[in-house]
Design a protein around this ligand. Structure first.
Ligand code: 13P
Length: 341
């Protein structure tokens, strides 16, 4: 199989109607924060048990086509001794891996952020591939302020995403390209649209410069929304309309799928917004789906509470959220569905 065939086969398995991606790739500090909300310590064993709970939840393979894992998870096993990436493969779910090393300030441009991890990336990708990963994820983060992100910040972040994506494709690994404009702050929806548009233009120019094959990548963006401290809320229909206007201007039709991040939205809002895009704006050239972390996992953590006796209820909570987002991918979600189990 050529590298192009390998990339195409992975895309075809990941991009399916009614399915999306589960982001379960929290780094150690992030999972510590998530577990703290339910008073559970982020020990290695608790993290393993939690990921095993997620990956073995009955029925999720009907709505989940890929799972993004954190490095440590690749070497961990379920209760029966099967490696977790293998558990996914056995269920027809593609294992993926977060490969960036987190963010920090961009030198001499302190209001811009930049993500680390390009040094040694090719070697790490080889290792992850040998452990079963067939796609990867890299996240660049943009804070909105009156004067930032700057043009320099946008260009530097785009370059990182493009170099990462090229490195992945060279090794037959599908890159998820994630430019996340943060919801934090008091900015308007129009300002979020302006920044998201500039960010996407920068990213796609850089992907082109680095010869990234658009048919063999997935975009994981934010939705266009008012900042979380802005006095006005927007409806799902307004968010869908503003988001798709920006994407039509910036994302080539060759990209097979746009899988949104949830970025701090409630599980219900994340589902309703995705549904509005698919129900009200059919005819988009890309599949519009989800790659949610918090919006899929919040109800699971609440049901689990770190207790073995709650595993079945927690898995049921995950199945419910994946089923509702699967419906939203088809534009068939109704708020009344929240009431059923
Ligand atoms: P959220 O859906 O919680 O934003 O996480 C998605 C993700 O992978 C962020 O990198």
């Amino acid at each position: 199989m050529t590298v192009a065939d390998e990339l195409q086969a992975t895309i075809e398995q990941m991009v399916q109607s009614g399915k999306g991606i589960l982001a379960a790739d929290e780094s150690q500090p992030t999972i510590k924060k998530r577990f703290a909300s339910i008073n559970v310590e982020a020990t290695e064993e608790n993290c393993r048990a939690y990921r095993a709970l997620l990956f073995t939840a009955p029925g999720i393979e009907d709505y989940i086509s890929g799972v993004i894992e954190f490095e440590d998870t690749l070497a961990q096993s379920d209760g029966g001794g099967t490696l977790l990436p293998k558990v996914l493969v056995q269920r027809g779910i593609v294992p993926g891996i977060k490969v960036d090393k987190g963010k920090g300030p961009l030198a001499l441009s302190p209001c811009d952020l930049i993500t680390y991890g390009l040094d040694g990336l090719a070697e790490r990708l080889l290792q992850y591939k040998s452990q079963g990963a067939r796609f990867a994820k890299w996240r660049e983060v943009y804070k909105i302020g009156e004067h930032y992100p700057t043009a320099l910040g946008i260009a530097a972040n785009a370059e990182m995403l493009a170099r990462y994506a090229a490195a992945c494709q060279e090794q037959g690994i599908v890159p998820i390209v994630e430019p996340e404009v943060l919801i934090d702050g008091g900015h308007s929806m129009a300002r979020c649209a302006e920044v998201t548009e500039a960010v996407h233009k920068g990213v796609f120019h850089a992907l082109h410069r680095h010869h990234v094959v658009l048919e063999h990548m997935i975009l994981k963006p934010n939705m266009v929304l008012p900042g979380k401290d802005h006095p006005l809320r927007a409806s799902a229909a307004e968010i869908a309309s503003a988001t798709l206007r920006v994407f039509r201007r910036t994302v080539p039709a060759a990209v097979p799928s746009i899988n949104f991040l949830s970025g701090g939205l409630s599980p219900e809002d994340a589902t309703a917004n995705l549904n509005a895009m698919n129900a009200d704006f059919s005819g988009a050239p890309w599949l519009l789906s989800f790659s949610y972390g918090r919006a899929l996992q919040q109800p699971v953590l609440q049901a689990w509470q770190g207790k073995a006796e709650n595993v079945a209820a927690a898995q049921q909570a995950l199945l419910k959220r994946t089923r509702l987002n699967g419906a939203a991918q088809r534009g068939e979600y109704l708020a009344a569905m929240e009431l059923a189990n």
